[in-house]
Design a binder for this molecule. Structure first.
Ligand code: FAD
Length: 321
């Protein structure tokens, strides 16, 4: 596929790209589909590019979802904005209060970053189990949110970590929005088409916090989650009682969500096997409330019990004190 590209905001509309199969309404008489591609190289140029974006446009981060959907659906966006050269969208840094992850940071980089491993262990664990090594080398955290699949592995951890997205619009304004408010349903976000996530902001967690991510994957779909669970807990000074708990669930319903019932089971409970058992036993109800009557409910009820058990064991709370 070739395309006309003007770096820095200008769009050449006479560029063409060869495409197999049906090409949609914008196909030329020769059967060749027009493709407009912008490659901004800074946030300023990205802001300019956003004013050219329509509801039929897409951002190209790692392309692992976008390219597959273009191939499968024989569909081409009216404009692709390639994020690869926008340096501000890449990288991870800590401030006094927050961990900041560029939206175009790959899961390989997130999984291996010591800051993420320390302050957002559940996100590091989730990043490490996304697809295959090749997928993790390309796939980005911003694309995982933009794609908004209920199975997106980063989503449950981001909810449990109470992460916020920094959103940039075509007027150059930025605001922070909780990831929970950005996710709207399967394949849907609340982002306007001229808005983009530039960064994820995660509050720094102290040493009294512990977190993990457990997942049951599919063997036939390169490990796409069948159930994913992020558990984030804060222990008291003696490391004997859970004083705060957050549980994010993925691949169980229309979008990732916080499981308040499970959080209540953990909050105020002693760190012992009775709490583990109560936590695991409460899981089937979460599945029943999330996908009532669904044919997969019995399977998911068993799956989430196993995932919860794995998450508890991986937290290793009983060996902390
Ligand atoms: C073989 C295979 C295995 C996979 N396995 C897994 C898995 O195990 N777990 C998992 O979670 N996912 C998996 N995926 C899905 C995919 O890799 C992830 O969803 C990935 O995070 C998408 O990121 P990307 O950078 O490739 O996004 P792209 O494909 O570039 O973009 C995806 C969508 O997000 C939008 N977007 C991109 N960046 C932003 C941004 N900064 N702000 C707003 N919108 C944006 C784009 O417009 C587009 O609509 C798999 C995919 C493949 C092909």
């Amino acid at each position: 596929m070739s395309a006309a590209v003007d770096r820095g905001g200008a769009v050449r509309t006479d560029g063409v790209a060869g495409v197999d199969g049906a090409t949609g309404a914008a196909a030329t008489s020769s059967g060749v589909r027009r493709l407009r591609l912008l490659t901004p190289a800074s946030l300023v140029e990205l802001t300019a590019a956003l004013s050219a974006v329509t509801a039929q446009s897409r951002f190209l981060a790692g392309g692992t979802d976008l390219v597959r959907s273009m191939q499968q659906d024989h569909w081409i966006p009216d404009l692709i904005v390639d994020l690869g050269d926008v340096a501000e969208l890449h990288g991870i840094q800590a401030t006094a209060d927050d961990l900041r992850i560029g939206a175009a940071t790959t899961f390989t980089d997130i999984a291996s970053d010591p800051l993420v491993g320390r302050h957002a262990t559940c996100l590091a664990r989730a990043a490490a189990v996304v697809g295959s090594r090749q997928t993790r080398n390309m796939a980005t955290i911003g694309g995982n949110i933009g794609n908004a699949s209920p199975c997106g592995d980063s989503l449950a951890p981001l909810l449990a970590l109470e992460a916020r997205g920094v959103v940039l619009d075509s007027g150059g304004a930025t605001c922070e929005r909780p990831v929970a408010e950005i996710l709207a349903g399967p394949g849907r976000t609340t982002l306007r088409h001229d808005e983009i996530i530039t960064e994820l902001v995660l509050p720094l967690l102290g040493d009294d916090w512990h977190s993990t991510y457990a997942k049951l994957g599919s063997r036939t779909m390169v490990s796409v989650a069948r159930v994913g669970m992020a558990v984030v807990v804060r222990l008291d000074a003696a490391a004997e009682t859970i004083v705060e708990a957050r549980v994010g669930i993925g691949a169980l319903g229309l979008t990732a969500f916080r499981a308040e019932g499970l959080e209540q089971v953990l909050t105020g409970s002693r760190v012992n096997q009775s709490t583990r058992d109560a936590f695991v036993a409460a899981c089937p109800d979460v599945a029943r409330q999330s996908i009532p009557g669904r044919y997969s409910l019995p399977y998911k009820q068993e799956a989430i019990r196993g995932v919860a058990w794995d998450a508890w064991e991986d937290l290793g709370l009983e060996s902390v004190r």
